[in-house]
Ligand binder design. Structure first.
Ligand SMILES: Cc1cc2nc3c(=O)[nH]c(=O)nc-3n(C[C@H](O)[C@H](O)[C@H](O)COP(=O)(O)O)c2cc1C
Length: 420
């Protein structure tokens, strides 16, 4: 497949400099980029910069001389339209269907079989405002793809969400949207908690619901990946087209992982299952040891449970994998831990099991409503990204994994259709 044609719309944000870096990288990777800038965007980024980076004139207005039909010609030419940085003003205008400038006309005239990618950038209060929240939800419903915003210190000095994604993530999201239909990566997701039978009816288990794994599986299947969800019997089920298998005990999960990793070649394993650290070694009743998992203990006598540690499955994934280049994402859940303690836990996990990414979050900060404050770390321990909502986790991980997995697009020689 050749490089793609990208209409790249810049709106007014100080983050325009990061968008220029993304444009530069896209051009270097063989894509043809045509820049469009709103009048306000040009207060931050000069036309000469955009022309220099793209090698083509910049479009700025609906009535530019000789370019009056560009909003139609450009939508036909472009394989994808990208709005980056996207202001609150532009998002709200898109959601209202306004087309009195070139960006709005491009949005309405867009061929909706092609990707329309938006990378917002704004002050945290603007990002949280109900007007913006409603517009984002509406645009998502219409098929617009969002590059997750970052969190941290914004240009106005406020700390919060609303920062433009970093150039690497922008390029990965754009190329991800442009990737041909059909399975892109083969992904195995584990989810839910293992159970250890005490007797024939009672189990030792944990409170994992499997929501994170099921959500990731569904989002990645929608994004065109071939996803297998290996989930606990009582965890949240997969939605088609995700293929699923279930497990109950640690031993079931261990055996299913061994089989799947041996028989199939996965590009990515997301190990989100809450694997019990202990199995039942035996059950002691009135001093006599009985085997676990059989019969029904008399409720009148409290048994003593003898536990033995389970092996760490995370550490076995790479060596069991048919694909030696498999990328592994691990999860580290803490409970009420300080930031320093969380980092230490991540460091220990990286040293022990060498995953490619670790998603760390704390139980006290999560909510059923979708809040999912998590930090994502790379294999060398560097902080890679912060995630705020469950919905953002799949695209964030995708953008961090993309540079680690060979992409057909990155290796293509450019071969562009004529510009309009
Ligand atoms: C210095 C400065 C920086 C601004 N940065 C942003 C920004 O990052 N995000 C945003 O939504 N609006 C920002 N604004 C407000 C926009 O400029 C304003 O909403 C404008 O109408 C957006 O126009 P556009 O969406 O057509 O580009 C900024 C304004 C100023 C003066």
């Amino acid at each position: 497949m050749s490089g793609s044609n990208i209409a790249f719309v810049l709106t007014c944000s100080i983050a325009g400099y990061k968008a220029c870096e993304a444009v530069s990288r896209l051009v270097q990777r063989g894509h043809a980029v045509r820049a469009v800038a709103t009048g306000s965007a040009l207060r931050f980024v000069g036309e000469a910069t955009l022309e220099g980076l793209t090698g083509r004139p910049v479009l700025t207005g609906l009535f530019d001389r000789g370019a009056a039909m560009e909003h139609i010609a450009l939508t036909r030419w472009a394989d994808a339209v990208v709005v980056c940085p996207a202001t609150a003003n532009t998002l709200n205008r898109f959601a209202a269907g306004l087309a009195d400038d070139l960006a709005g006309a491009l949005f309405l005239a867009h061929d909706r079989t092609k990707p329309f990618v938006v990378a917002p950038a704004m002050n945290p209060a603007m990002w949280r405002h109900p007007a913006t929240v409603a517009s984002v939800a509406r645009l998502r419903e219409w098929g617009v793809r969002f590059v997750p915003v970052g969190a941290g210190r914004t240009a106005c000095g406020e700390v919060g969400e609303g920062r433009l994604a970093e150039p690497e993530a922008l390029v990965a999201a754009i190329e991800g949207a442009l990737a041909p239909a059909g399975p892109r990566w083969r992904i195995l997701v584990t989810s839910g908690g293992t159970a250890e039978p005490i007797d024939g009816v009672r189990v030792l288990t944990n409170s994992s619901t499997g929501a994170t794994g099921a959500g990731l599986a569904a989002a990645w299947a929608r994004a065109g990946h071939a996803v297998t969800l290996l989930r606990a019997r009582h965890a949240i089920a997969a939605t088609p087209p995700v293929r699923e298998e279930t497990f109950f005990t640690f031993a079931d999960l261990d055996a299913a992982l061994a089989r799947l990793l041996r028989d199939e070649s996965f590009d990515v394993v997301i190990h989100a299952a809450a694997v019990g650290d202990f199995a039942l070694a035996g059950v002691e009743v009135k001093g006599a040891l009985q085997p676990a998992g059989t019969g029904k203990l008399d409720s009148a006598t409290a048994p003593v449970l003898r536990l033995r540690p389970n092996p760490k499955l995370l550490e076995t994934l790479r060596q069991r994998s048919r694909n030696p280049a498999v990328r592994i994402v691990a999860f580290k859940l803490t409970e009420g831990a300080s930031p320093a303690a969380r980092r230490a836990e991540v460091r220990a996990l990286l040293d022990r099991a060498a995953p490619d990414l670790v998603v760390q979050n704390d139980l006290t900060a999560r909510s059923a409503g979708g809040a999912f404050p998590a930090d994502i770390y790379r294999a060398d321990g560097a902080h890679a990204a912060h995630c705020s909502e469950r919905n953002d986790l799949a695209p964030l991980l995708e953008s961090l994994l993309a540079p680690l997995i060979p992409s057909p697009i990155a290796h293509q020689a450019p071969s562009h259709a004529a510009l309009p």
